[in-house]
Design a binder for this molecule. Structure first.
Ligand code: FAD
Length: 400
């Protein structure tokens, strides 16, 4: 089965340019200009074109589709994710069924280990983690829960990320797994970050070592980029890649605009720049079949400069004599990746949101358009809901 999968990949590796990739035809009117060809922009383009018969022009300043989910074959022929590991998971049957129109899937359950002084322990923390770290023999969920309870340090008013973790598992586990990692990831101490950041990371008393527990966990069989190409391959969709919105802004190419880039950039940062955390990836190909035992190994120690190492063949199922990995470094400067969840940043966002609310013909969607951490499935859900709102509104305007 692996050999067949690999054969298929070799075919897609040399795939042709996207059929609908052509320059915008200025003589014909478009109904929508969509900025960004990531999940938000591409789902909306597909729905408006194929679902509602609209003519859509999509631009992206990057020279490729798929946004941060972009994957490609590196110079050694190994399929890698340029902007870091993307694992698809969702509990929504509707979202999974929608994306299944554009791809076959390969079942994949994600597993992560944390390197603590050379010991590799499951993340999120589970019973195996506790036994491995402390040399214990906790045999069931009750014993693990009792151990965690004995370590937990109640915090009266849980406000920050530190409060969340310390109140659940105590200072030692907090310092071992969260403090250094969070400082590296966000450039801030967990005590300065909204509780939502670490609330995303659960603690388990079972031995379940899957990173996600969602109903649907799978990777597009031919990769994310191939899925996006299928989604955007429609005669009503024109793609302009490597083109910044600012180059098209004055042209008035369409009466309606959907913007999936940073909302503060759209408004010329007039209230100040919204803070984002950026990432730098150091990609390497090694002349060996395997590098590490799972797809992602986290490095929580502050003495290690990177946060994690990803080995892509686990995610893609590709069979190849070499393997490609990436080291991930978090940094302040660079492309916007993560909105930084702090109350003052939300307050600044609200100022931009007020401007956005007053727009009749501009809609902001996606992670950067709405300044929120969203997983891929959430962005697909947001885009599908936005489509329903847009065509519903259009239908009611036409009816009036
Ligand atoms: P994007 O994918 O960022 O797309 C926005 C696009 O707009 C970009 O391509 C950008 O070039 C373009 N753009 C911006 N400004 C302009 C402009 N002025 N002109 C033209 N184009 C412009 N989610 C999961 O579900 N599972 C995961 O495992 C996962 N892992 C992740 C790992 C990392 C390191 C990161 C950063 C994110 C991860 N995510 C994951 C989240 C996922 O990347 C997002 O949910 C998804 O990419 C959001 O899609 P989007 O369309 O909103 O934004």
């Amino acid at each position: 089965e692996e050999a067949v999968a690999n054969n298929n990949r070799n075919t897609t590796a040399s795939r042709l340019p996207i059929p609908s990739l052509r320059r915008a035809d200025r003589s014909k009117p478009y109904d929508y200009l969509i900025v960004g060809a990531g999940f938000a922009g591409s789902v909306l383009a597909e729905r408006l074109a194929a679902g509602s018969g609209k003519r859509v022009l999509v631009c992206d300043k990057r020279p490729h589709v798929a946004g941060n989910a972009y994957d490609h074959y590196d110079e050694h022929g190994v399929l890698v994710h340029r902007y870091g590991p993307h694992i698809f998971h969702t509990n929504s049957e509707e979202i999974f069924a929608y994306l299944s129109r554009f791809t076959r899937w390969r079942p994949y359950e994600h597993r992560v280990l944390a390197d603590v002084g050379g010991k590799l322990l499951p993340m999120p923390i589970n019973r195996t983690t506790l036994n491995g770290l402390y040399g214990l023999d906790l045999r069931d969920e009750g014993q693990a829960a009792a151990f965690l309870a004995s370590r937990a340090e109640p915090v009266a008013d849980i406000r920050t990320s530190r409060d969340v973790v310390v109140s659940a598992v105590g200072t030692d586990l907090y310092e071992t797994f969260f403090q250094g990692y969070t400082r590296k990831q966000w450039g801030l101490d967990p005590s300065e970050l909204d509780k939502a950041v670490t609330a995303r990371v659960p603690t388990r008393t079972s031995m379940d070592d899957r990173y996600f527990l969602d109903t649907y966990q799978a990777m597009p069989a031919d990769g994310f980029t191939a899925m996006f190409e299928a989604m955007l391959d429609h005669p009503n969709i024109t793609l302009e890649l490597g083109v910044d919105f600012e180059e098209l802004r004055a042209e008035g190419l369409a009466p309606k605009l959907i913007f999936t880039g940073p909302i503060d950039a759209y408004y010329g940062h007039r209230f100040g720049a919204l803070p984002y955390r950026s990432l730098r990836f150091q990609h390497e190909t090694l002349d060996q079949r395997r590098f590490q035992p799972v797809a992602v190994v986290n490095y929580p120690a502050e003495t290690v400069p990177y946060t994690r190492i990803t080995e892509y063949k686990y995610l893609t199922g590709q069979v190849h004599p070499k393997t490609s990995i990436s080291f991930e470094f978090a940094c302040a400067e660079g492309d916007p990746y993560y909105p930084i969840p702090r109350p003052e940043n939300q307050a600044l966002f609200k100022q931009y949101e007020a401007l956005a609310r007053a727009e009749r013909d501009v809609t902001f969607v996606g992670r950067l358009g709405t300044y929120r951490y969203y997983n891929m499935d959430q962005v697909v859900g947001q885009a599908l809901a936005t489509h329903r709102k847009l065509v519903g509104a259009a239908a009611s305007i036409e009816a009036a």
